[in-house]
Design a protein around this ligand. Structure first.
Ligand code: X8Z
Ligand code: ZN
Length: 641
């Protein structure tokens, strides 16, 4: 009988690969020897690819791209061969841990493209897209072309000039999307073809398989629906405040917020508008950026602050090579680099690095903790077999640093590290603080949810290339309640203006992380002995919390994530309740403030020049709405209802 832990996909993989094989190897000692050799060789292959990729990421040149692609091909071929060899072993005679390793060795993703020309081409397309994104500059005027980091980002965080923000918003999309669209279409075809060799329906199905949950799509949809009221009420508050800054005439009657007004290139997190959005403006500011600048914070100091927190929990300090080899600042020697922050594991147990174009801001302080969370995970699971050197699921990896940052950002903690001067203990300060956290955490939810809603449909073929941009905006309008500030067309490719699309990084992991990090936070606060409202908990110095977190991180992906969730939190499922509990006082405040003034039309406003007024759109734009109104008018006129 086959063990229950073998998924359908695994079985298909085994069948497809072993179709042409003879007898399977039943000898468990031989399987053990295979794993030992695999681990040693795979670490070396992975290390070489990581080195070449780092060189390219920190110095984008054609030459470095070529070397990186050579190593990627070597790694892909190694994976193919290992998968083939692993498929010769009989999984049914193994214990669960050994079998789990074999299954993971066979699950090689797009490396399963057996046509070498296509495999090489896929690598080229992916690196080409990353180069286009990371070297793009938005031209705000003929002589004024600016990179995303730090220039355009600074415009978004500091400018309140409606037209300048439009120029930056449109300029960035013009500089990225159109150059990426055809490459992306080709990328979709090639990657789908590759993962179909493993029995996955398409690349989206392959990505979702990392969560090992048959109902994963329904689960995330249910979480999103549960959290939707929080976002709707935050959105209404933001819209009201923005109308006072920019004027009501700049807002469509559909209820959407123009996407360039939320302090962020993608309207994904609204923290830079905290001073505009706090309910009680008379209280001291919670934005610590000016204080960081005043105290001459450096990138190094930011990362030492983060390291200090991990150490206070008794967790593993950043090792020496981290401090010597990381790229913590954007180079000033004219080199092009991939500025989007990332954390690197060189698969040799000693070399771990962060690459971040750190700016001295509160947001970068938070990102530094986020990235260091990845490194802490790498350090904790470094002694696991290579295939288990991964997060329990991708959302777990994204959550580690954020959990730490939830404590760091409490006003009491900020005061203890000298970044806030006074912290009063009143309800108004509390609500202001919750608003600042909501701009980071709640504002993000629909964005984190929708990116892969879009991609899953692109990969499945439901969304065709000519519908890419239209479907993107359908989701942005429906879920985020934001609309394009200028007319868009099918030749635009606005998803390409967000790093994770050209870089091919799955995104639902962040939505998952934003939910489960509150589950983790609650569990760790309990372990630390904290009693009180969740949003005021700071686990600093709690070795009980640190030990519990380390125990989980050490396991890597060796156990199902549900077991790890159960161990830490006492329940096996993703659960939005701790997030709801954290923000409960804010939701109560917002419900009162908003009354019935919240929500938006799910359909995008009409932006064509013929529609009434500039950027006004209309709430009655859908044919269905028009029909309903006509029927209503008919009944009113005829029957005098
Ligand atoms: O990409 C990231 C991290 C690297 S894993 C900086 N994040 C997402 C984003 O920037 O879009 C963290 C939050 C969401
Ligand atoms: Zn991350």
């Amino acid at each position: 009988m086959l063990p229950a832990a073998l998924s359908v996909i695994t079985l298909m993989m085994m069948l497809m690969i072993s179709e042409t094989r003879g007898e399977l190897i039943n000898n468990v000692s031989a399987a053990e020897a295979f794993l030992a050799t695999y681990n040693a060789e795979a670490s070396q292959v992975s290390n070489r690819y990581a080195e070449a990729s780092w060189t390219y990421n920190t110095n984008i040149t054609e030459y470095n791209q070529e070397i990186m692609l050579k190593e990627r091909l070597a790694a892909d071929k190694f994976s193919q061969e290992a998968a083939w060899n692993a498929s010769g072993y009989n999984l049914t005679v193994m214990d669960a841990t050994m079998r789990r390793q074999f299954v993971k060795i066979m699950d090689i993703g797009t490396a399963a493209q057996t046509n070498e020309t296509k495999l090489i081409h896929l690598g080229q397309i992916e690196s080409e897209m990353e180069t286009i994104y990371s070297t793009a500059k938005a031209c705000l005027a003929p002589e004024k072309c600016l990179p995303l980091d730090p220039d355009l980002t600074r415009i978004f965080t500091t400018s309140r000039d409606y037209d300048q923000l439009i120029a930056a918003w449109k300029g960035w999309r013009d500089a990225t999307g159109p150059k990426l669209k055809n490459l992306y279409t080709e990328f979709v075809t090639l990657s789908n073809e590759a993962v179909r060799n493993l029995g996955h329906a398409d690349l989206g199905a392959y990505w979702r398989s990392r969560y090992d949950t048959p109902e994963f799509e329904a689960d995330v949809q249910a979480l999103f629906d549960q959290l939707r009221p929080l976002y709707e009420h935050l959105h209404a508050h933001a819209r009201r405040r923005l109308k006072t800054i920019y004027g009501k005439d700049k807002f469509p009657s559909s209820g959407h917020i123009p996407a360039h007004l939320l302090g962020n290139m993608w309207a994904q997190q609204w923290s830079s508008l905290v001073d505009e959005f706090v309910p009680y403006k008379g209280k001291p500011s919670l934005d610590v950026t000016p204080e960081m600048v005043h105290q001459n914070y450096t990138a190094e100091k930011i990362f030492h602050t983060a390291d200090n927190f991990f150490q206070s929990l008794g967790m593993i300090p950043m090792p020496e090579p981290f401090w010597n080899k990381s790229m913590l600042k954007k180079p000033t020697d004219g080199r092009d680099v991939v500025c989007h922050a990332s954390a690197w594991d060189f698969s040799n147990g000693i070399d771990f690095r962060i690459k971040q174009c750190t700016d001295i801001t509160q947001q970068h302080l938070e990102t530094a903790h986020h990235e260091m969370g990845h490194i802490e995970y790498y350090l904790q699971y470094k002694d696991q077999p290579l295939v288990f050197q991964k997060g329990a699921n991708p959302g777990f990896h994204e959550a580690v640093g954020d959990v730490i940052a939830l404590s760091v950002q409490t006003p009491e903690h900020m005061k203890s590290i000298g970044l806030l001067h006074s912290v009063s203990n009143d309800t108004e300060t509390d609500i202001n603080f919750l608003m600042s956290m909501a701009l980071q955490k709640i504002a993000f939810l629909p964005f984190g949810f929708l990116i892969d809603q879009w991609r899953w449909r692109v990969f499945s073929g439901d969304t065709k290339p000519e519908q890419y941009n239209e479907h993107w905006w359908n989701l942005r309008c429906r879920y985020q309640g934001v609309s394009a500030p200028v007319e868009r067309s099918a030749s635009d490719f606005d998803p390409g203006a967000k790093f994770h699309i050209p870089a091919n990084t799955p995104y639902i992991r962040y939505f998952v992380s934003f939910v489960i990090q509150f589950q983790f936070h609650k569990a760790l606060c309990d372990k630390s002995g904290y009693i009180g409202p969740l949003h005021r908990c700071d686990i600093y110095n709690s070795t009980e919390a640190g030990t519990a977190l380390s125990e989980m991180l050490k396991l890597g992906s060796s156990k199902p994530w549900t077991d790890e969730m159960q161990n830490l939190t006492g329940q096996a499922k993703m659960d939005a309740q701790p997030l709801m509990d954290y923000f409960k006082p804010l939701l109560e405040y917002l419900r009162k403030e908003n009354g019935n003034d919240y929500g938006w039309d799910p359909i995008c406003p009409d932006l064509t020049p013929t529609s009434s007024g500039r950027n006004h759109g209309s709430k009655v734009s859908s044919p269905l709405t028009t029909l309903l109104i006509s029927v209503y008018v008919f009944f009113v006129c005829v029957f005098k209802l």
